[in-house]
Write a protein that binds this ligand. Structure first.
Ligand code: MOS
Length: 768
C-alpha cells in the first residue's frame, strides 16, 4: 500500500460560510421529484399486479344482514370479492395503551372484514380485487349490501351538553388549575367570556393514500403512503401473525401527510389482506373520496375562553375549556387547551378538555393537533380583551409575558416571544396601524391588521442509524426515517456534512426503508431533531475511529492528539496549527476502504427499549423545563365593503425555532403551516350530515382548500438562536406555523370590519 503523506498540505482555514447548516440549499430529493423519477407508493410496478377497490358502508351503525357479490364477481377481470363472509381472519387490533406505541398506531379498533358490524358511514365492508383498477372500481359499485340499522349518535353540536371531562395520561394533561379563576373572573374590572367553534377539517395531502403489497410466503413487502414505516411494519406483523423481521415497508417519498398518514387506516390493512387472499401483488390506491371515508380528520371543537384583567391589562383570570370528539371505535383527544397554560402570566388559570363519543370514523391528529384550534380561540379572545381594554394587542401580550411557565412555575428553557414580536412588527410595519376597527381603507376595501402568537412544544425521540465514510471521501447515512416533503433528508445531509467537515455533495442519505435502522415517525415536529442527535453521536464515534487509525502511524500529525482539540473540516481532521490529515489520507495509508459506525440497534427488537428510553427522557425533560418553538403572526386582510369577500394581502411570520438548519426548507414548512391556517380560517370545513353521519363534501371541488390566488407573499423570518436543550439547538418546526394563524386572520378581519367571527370558517355570509 502506498503511503500517502497528507499533512504537508495545509488547506486554508474554513470559514462559517463554508458550513452547510444555515444555508438555503436545494432539496436533495428535488430533482427526483420534479423529473418524475421519484416513485410513490402507487407507482411500483410488479409483474402480475392486481388492483383493489373498496365498498363503503352506507349506514352509520348497524349490522350487515346480506351481501350480494354475484354481479360484482361477474365483471370481467374480477379475481375475488372479499367480505366478512370469506376474508382471511386477522388478529384483532391491540387495545390502546399510551405506553405501547404499537397499540396506538391503529386508526380504529375495528377488525375490517372480520365482522358484520358497521361502526361508521363509509367503513369498508368489501374489497374487490381485479386485473385493472377500472374493473375493480366498476365491480365495487355492483356489490349490494343490506343492513339492520341501529340508532347512532352523530350530531356533535347536539351532543356537546353530554360531554364528559377527558382523563389525562402520561403524555398529555387534560386539566390544570391554578388559584380560583372563576372568582377572579367575576371580580375582574375588565373581562370577556366567549365561545368559539371550529368545524371538522381534513388533511387533503396532494397524494391520496395508496398501498402496494406483495407476499412471498410469510415475507411481506409493502409500499405505503405512511409517516411511519416502523409502525406499519410492526402493526402488519401483529395483525397478520408473521415475524416483524419478515415485513419490509418502503416509503422514500410521501406526498404530504400532516398527520393523516400517521396511523394505520383500513386501506393499508385491506391491501395486504387482498394480496394474502389472492396470492398476487395488490395495489389499493384510494380515491379522494375513499380517503375521506377511511382516514380520520381533525375533530370539530367548541371552546370557552374567559379572560379577566385589571385596567392595566394584567390578566387575573384565564379559563379555557374545550369539547372535542372521538369515535366509539377510536380517535385521539387533542390537547386543545394546552397552549393556554404557557402563554400568559395570569394569576388564576383553569384548563379543561371534554370529549363526546360519536358513531363516526375516528378523528386523528392533524397539523399541530390541539394547538391549531386551541390557539384560534385563545388568541382571538386575547384580541377581544385588548379591544375591551383599549390596549394595543401586542402591548397587551407584552404586559402579560411570563418569567416562568404560568400554569406550574417551571423554568423556560428560553423564551423569545418579545423578540419575535419586535422582529415581526418591524418587518410588517405594525406602527402604521390605526387602532379603530374600520378605520383603514383602500378604495372599496376595508383594510385590517391582526396579530397572534404561535406556540408548539418540540420533542426528540429515539433514532438509530449507521454512518459510513469511504476512502473516496463519500459519506453515507443510513436511517429509516421518511420524507413527506419536510426536507428531512436535506437537513440530515447538511448536519452530517458539517459534523464531519465534508462538502454537502459528498453526503448521501438513505432513508424510507424499514430495512434501515429504525427512526421515529415523520410527525409531531420530532424527526429532524431526533435524527440529528443520533447523527452527532455517530459522527463523534466515526471521527474517533479515524483518529485512532491515524494515530497508528508515526507519520501522522494526528498521532497522540485528542479529538476535542481538532477541527473537522476540508474532508479531514486538523489541529489548531493547521497540521492535519484528510480522511482519504488516513484510510488509504491504513489500507481500509471505509469506516462505519452504528448508533442504536438496527433491529426492530431495539424498538421497545427505545420507547422506554424515550418515555424516561420525555418525563425527565418535562419535569425540568418548558420549551417551545414559538412565533408571532402578522396578517393584513382586505375585505370588500359590499360583498364581504376577504382577501389576505400580506403576511409576516417571525419565529423562534432554534437553529435554522436550512432556511429554504424551513421556510416551506412554516409557510405551509400558514397556508393551512388561512384555509382553516377562511374556507375549509368538512360537512357531516348529522342525520346519517355521511361526509357531504368528500372532494377537492367541495372542500375548499386555498389555491395560489388566495395566498399572498408570506414573509417568514427567524430569530435563529440555538435552543440550549436541543441537539444542534434546533427545534422541530413542522407544526408551529399553523398555530395562531387562524386567529391572526380573524383578528385582522375584526380590525377591518368591526365584526368578530367566532365560528370558523369566516365565510362572507358571516360578514354581511
Ligand atoms: Mo403531525 S399532525 O404529527 O403529522
Amino acid at each position: 500500500m502506498t503511503q500517502i503523506s497528507t499533512h504537508t498540505v495545509i488547506p486554508p482555514r474554513s470559514t462559517t460560510s463554508e458550513r452547510s447548516v444555515g444555508r438555503p440549499v436545494d432539496r436533495v430529493d428535488g430533482t427526483a421529484k420534479t423529473t418524475g423519477e421519484a416513485r410513490f407508493s402507487a407507482e411500483y410496478p410488479y409483474p402480475d399486479l392486481a388492483h383493489a377497490a373498496l365498498v363503503h358502508a352506507t349506514v352509520a351503525r348497524g349490522r350487515i344482514t346480506a351481501i350480494d357479490t354475484a354481479a360484482a364477481s361477474a365483471v370481467e377481470g374480477v379475481l375475488t370479492v372479499l367480505t366478512h363472509e370469506n376474508a382471511p381472519v386477522l388478529k384483532p387490533p391491540p387495545s390502546p395503551n399510551p405506553l405501547n406505541l404499537s397499540s396506538m398506531v391503529s386508526g380504529t379498533s375495528v377488525s375490517y372484514l372480520n365482522t358484520d358490524e358497521v361502526h361508521w358511514n363509509g367503513q369498508p365492508v368489501a374489497v374487490v380485487v381485479a386485473e385493472t383498477p377500472q374493473a375493480a372500481r366498476r365491480a365495487a359499485l355492483l356489490v349490494r349490501v343490506t343492513y339492520d340499522s341501529l340508532p347512532a349518535t352523530l350530531d356533535f353540536a347536539a351532543e356537546e351538553e353530554n360531554a364528559r371531562p377527558l382523563k389525562g395520561d402520561l403524555l398529555s394533561q387534560a386539566a390544570a388549575k391554578k388559584g380560583d379563576p372563576e372568582a377572579a373572573l367575576a371580580a375582574a374590572p375588565v373581562s370577556v367570556d366567549l365561545r368559539y367553534t371550529t368545524p371538522p377539517y381534513h388533511h387533503n395531502a396532494i397524494e391520496p393514500h395508496a398501498t402496494t403489497a406483495a407476499w412471498d410466503g410469510d415475507r411481506l413487502t409493502v409500499h405505503d403512503t405512511t409517516q411511519s414505516i416502523d409502525w406499519v411494519r410492526r402493526h402488519l406483523a401483529l395483525r397478520f401473525g408473521v415475524p416483524v423481521a419478515g415485513v419490509r415497508v418502503i416509503a422514500p417519498y410521501v406526498g404530504g401527510g400532516f398527520g393523516g398518514k400517521g396511523l394505520l387506516w383500513p386501506g393499508t390493512i385491506l391491501a395486504v389482506m387482498a394480496a394474502r387472499a389472492t396470492g398476487r401483488p395488490v395495489r389499493l390506491a384510494l380515491t379522494r373520496e375513499g380517503v375521506y371515508h377511511t382516514v380520520g380528520g381533525r375533530t370539530p371543537s367548541a371552546q370557552r375562553v374567559a379572560l379577566g384583567a385589571g385596567p392595566d391589562g394584567r390578566m387575573t383570570a384565564l379559563i379555557h375549556t374545550s369539547v372535542s370528539r372521538v369515535a366509539r371505535v377510536g380517535g385521539r383527544p387533542e390537547p386543545v387547551t394546552a397552549v393556554s397554560g404557557h402563554l400568559y402570566d395570569a394569576a388564576n388559570i383553569r384548563l379543561q378538555q371534554n370529549i363526546v363519543e360519536l358513531d363516526l370514523l375516528s378523528n386523528t391528529f392533524m397539523r399541530a393537533p390541539g394547538e391549531a384550534i386551541g390557539t384560534f380561540a385563545l388568541e382571538s379572545a386575547v384580541d377581544e380583551l385588548a379591544c375591551e381594554l383599549g390596549i394595543d394587542p401586542i402591548e397587551l401580550r407584552m404586559r402579560n409575558e411570563p418569567a416562568r411557565n404560568p400554569i406550574d412555575g417551571k423554568r423556560f428553557a428560553r423564551r423569545l416571544l418579545r423578540e419575535a414580536y419586535a422582529l415581526g412588527a418591524e418587518r410588517f410595519g405594525w406602527s402604521e396601524r390605526t387602532p379603530q376597527p374600520g378605520s383603514m381603507r383602500d378604495g372599496r376595501w376595508l383594510v385590517g391588521m391582526g396579530v397572534a402568537s404561535a406556540y408548539h412544544p418540540p420533542l426528540q425521540l429515539d433514532a438509530h442509524l449507521t454512518l459510513r465514510l469511504s476512502v473516496d471521501g463519500t459519506v453515507v447515512v443510513r436511517c429509516g426515517f421518511q420524507e413527506m416533503g419536510m426536507g428531512g433528508a436535506t437537513a440530515t445531509a447538511q448536519i452530517a456534512a458539517d459534523a464531519l467537515g465534508v462538502p454537502l455533495s459528498s453526503v448521501r442519505v438513505e432513508y424510507g426503508d424499514s430495512a434501515l435502522p429504525v427512526a421515529p415517525m415523520a410527525g409531531g415536529a420530532t424527526q429532524t431533531a431526533s435524527v440529528a442527535a443520533a447523527l452527532l453521536t455517530a459522527a463523534e464515534k466515526l471521527k474517533k475511529s479515524l483518529l485512532a487509525l491515524a494515530g497508528r502511524s508515526g507519520e501522522s500529525p494526528l498521532r497522540g492528539q485528542r479529538l476535542d482539540r481538532l477541527e473537522a473540516r476540508d474532508g479531514g481532521l486538523y489541529r489548531a496549527d493547521r497540521q492535519g490529515e484528510t480522511y482519504t489520507g488516513i484510510l488509504s495509508r491504513a489500507g481500509r476502504p471505509s469506516v462505519e459506525v452504528a448508533v442504536g440497534s438496527d433491529s426492530g427488537l431495539g424498538a421497545a427499549a427505545g420507547q422506554v428510553r424515550f418515555m424516561a427522557r420525555f418525563l425527565r425533560d418535562r419535569r425540568r423545563w418548558v420549551k417551545a418553538a414559538l412565533g408571532a403572526h402578522f396578517c393584513e386582510v382586505r375585505v370588500d365593503r359590499d360583498t364581504g369577500e376577504v382577501r389576505v394581502s400580506r403576511w409576516v411570520g417571525a419565529f423562534d425555532v432554534g437553529t435554522v438548519i436550512n432556511p429554504k426548507t424551513a421556510g416551506s414548512q412554516l409557510r405551509g403551516g400558514i397556508v393551512m391556517g388561512i384555509g382553516m380560517a377562511l374556507s375549509e370545513q368538512t360537512l357531516v350530515d348529522p342525520r346519517t353521519g355521511r361526509i357531504m363534501n368528500p372532494s377537492l371541488s367541495e372542500y375548499h382548500l386555498p389555491v395560489h390566488a388566495d395566498i399572498p407573499p408570506i414573509d417568514v423570518c427567524y430569530l435563529n438562536e440555538p435552543d440550549p436543550t436541543m441537539p444542534l439547538g434546533l427545534m422541530g418546526l413542522g407544526e408551529v406555523g399553523i398555530t395562531g394563524a387562524a386567529a391572526a386572520l380573524a383578528n385582522a378581519v375584526h380590525h377591518a370590519t368591526g365584526k368578530r367571527v367566532r365560528d370558523l370558517p369566516i365565510t362572507l355570509d358571516k360578514l354581511l
